[in-house]
Design a protein around this ligand. Structure first.
Ligand code: GTP
Ligand code: MG
Length: 360
């Protein structure tokens, strides 16, 4: 439950000095001293297939045609497999694989170093303490993909809008001091709703909207291209900490609807998710994706709905939440198959000024 104390805390975080320094290109949300430009580390360019000795443009084209775009794909091949795919001798193939493995630094790190790396993570409040707790206490996590799937009207987009504001809050208030990129595939982004949510926490709606970079994706190719654009914007210094894709699967589903197209669709979805995870990890940002459900005729007992995209989406998403309507217009949110959190469920209401927690 959101207690009065929580609300007061947020209000306190929001109130303060009226005179706020304008930060270059960044709009602060109301009196929240939020969204200082993050120091964006210029990362070394990741090595590409073409950088591997013995792999020329012809071989790259053949590998890409076989669905191998990155060093990892090549590094896990056998010499005979690579020789066949790329039309090179086995000796050259063996050397190429060894080179790729070396370049990738596929080694181990000790537990302490791993722990250090995890400390860099940011968390982003969903606007509901209940859902934040379900996700381990602090909401969404960077370097991870969180999926919400559920029927229409179950609250996936409302949660997205709430997160788009949450990310802008200062770290002490549960945000990540960052901007949000919103990839809208269905034209359901509603600035009016963002305004209402912003007013609900006492933030300046104009400034909140200014920190949400919205792009409409018209088809799945466009959706994939936009991802490159996001990576570029981050390199150019935009302090983006959250990327929302609403919906992840709708275009793929519509474009590959015929019989016999399922394998193609899954392959492309897989590639997209793989790229999403790469952008999330390289730039320390959180990814929130929404996904529809369909009914599963094979399910005789229990809930007959299942998420689109099957195992490909299920495995690629670090955290999966299933949203559905509950009693009296409440929404139930269930965490499913999490790698490090118990499967659990919680409830909330969608109200005009935000998400409100309720007990189940
Ligand atoms: P699809 O995109 O159709 O798959 O559904 P979704 O899961 O994204 O649904 P969404 O998050 O858009 O939830 C829509 C529901 O949110 C509506 O049915 C309403 O119950 C609720 N809702 C939307 N706007 C308001 C509002 O201004 N006030 C209140 N109280 N509820 C709202
Ligand atoms: Mg929606």
């Amino acid at each position: 439950m959101v207690t009065k104390k929580d609300v007061d805390e947020v209000k306190e975080a929001i109130s303060g000095d009226e005179e706020i320094e304008e930060v270059e290109e960044i709009e602060e949300i109301g009196e929240i001293e939020a969204v200082k430009p993050a120091k964006v580390k210029k990362e070394d360019k990741p090595a590409k297939l073409i950088d591997i000795p013995g792999v020329g443009p012809g071989a790259v084209a053949k590998l890409e045609a076989a669905g191998i775009y990155e060093l990892m794909g090549l590094a896990v091949l056998t010499p005979s497999g690579l020789s066949e795919l790329a039309g090179m001798s086995e000796t050259v193939a063996r050397k190429a694989i060894q080179a790729a493995r070396k370049m990738m630094d596929m080694g181990f790190v000790d537990g302490l170093a791993h722990e250090e790396k995890r400390k860099e993570l940011f968390h982003i409040t969903t606007g509901s303490k209940n859902i934040d707790n379900l996700l381990g206490g602090k909401g969404l996590q960077t370097k991870a993909i969180t999926e919400a799937f559920g029927a229409f009207g179950s609250g996936k987009t409302q949660l997205a809008l709430s997160l788009a504001i949450g990310v802008q809050l200062p770290i002490e208030s549960g945000g990540a001091n960052g901007k949000c990129v919103y990839i809208d595939t269905e034209g359901t982004f509603r600035p009016e709703r963002v305004r209402q949510f912003a007013e609900g926490i006492g933030a300046n709606p104009d400034k909140v909207l200014k920190n949400i970079l919205v792009a409409r994706a018209f088809n799945s190719d466009h959706q994939m291209l936009l991802l490159d654009r996001v990576a570029e914007m981050i390199k150019d210094g935009e302090p983006i900490r959250l990327m929302i894709i609403d919906s992840l699967t709708a275009h793929f589903r519509a474009e590959y609807s015929g019989r016999g197209q399922l394998a193609d669709r899954q392959q492309r979805l897989n590639r997209y998710l793989h790229n999403l995870m790469k952008v999330a990890e390289q730039n320390n940002l959180a990814v929130y994706v929404t996904n529809q459900v369909m009914s599963d005729p094979a399910q005789m007992f229990g809930d007959p709905t299942k998420a689109i995209g099957g195992n490909i989406v299920g495995h690629a998403c670090t955290y999966r939440m299933y949203l559905r309507r509950g009693k009296k217009d409440s929404r139930i949110c269930k965490l499913i198959d999490s790698p490090d959190l118990p499967d659990d469920a919680t409830a909330f209401m969608i109200e005009t000024d935000g998400l409100k927690d309720i007990d189940i």
